[in-house]
Design a protein around this ligand. Sequence first.
Ligand code: MN
Length: 206
Amino acid sequence: MTVHFHEEDLPDGVLAGDGPLAVDTETMGLVTRRDRLCLLQISDGSGDEHLVRFAPDSDYAAPNLKAILADPNRVKLYHYARFDLAAIEYYLGVMAAPVFCTKIASKLIRTYTDRHGLKNLVSELLNEDISKQQQSSDWGGAELNAAQREYAASDVRYLHRMRTILIERLEREGRLEMAQACFDFLPTRARLDIAGWEEHDIFSHS
Ligand code: MN
């Protein structure tokens, strides 16, 4: 298990197979159009994580990364895909789908709790403990410290294993089809956020 660090793009051929890819992003904040994409983490589930850092003056060219993210034959796993899809679409110009979102799966299946954060889910499903201490740190600097790298990598480390468990539970309760329909809508939900409907639920009566 190794955390690999790259600048501006993923090297050729570092991801294995043609299975799902776990993806996460770190940005300067929560307002996509204001807060630039600083880091993208990606893992093929074999135990290594790759961190791709973007400089403040990046042109976000990243041809290797974009090709993988846009590949329609590789499912991308996220925890709260809505945010990552918007950041990737806005800065890299690709829609990183098809999608599996562990947060939405959790909300559809773990109806006995309202705790759907990554730390909570990893703890309950996998009995692993992840630190969220670096969540609000400065991701824009020239150097990421060891704690930041470990935190960033841990955000994609458990998504493959959790997907397997969540699919079993969704199947058991007859909610897999509904979950898939929600995942399929997420690219549109992210585009609505970028286009200005982030605070407005277009499905609500008012
Ligand atoms: Mn993260």
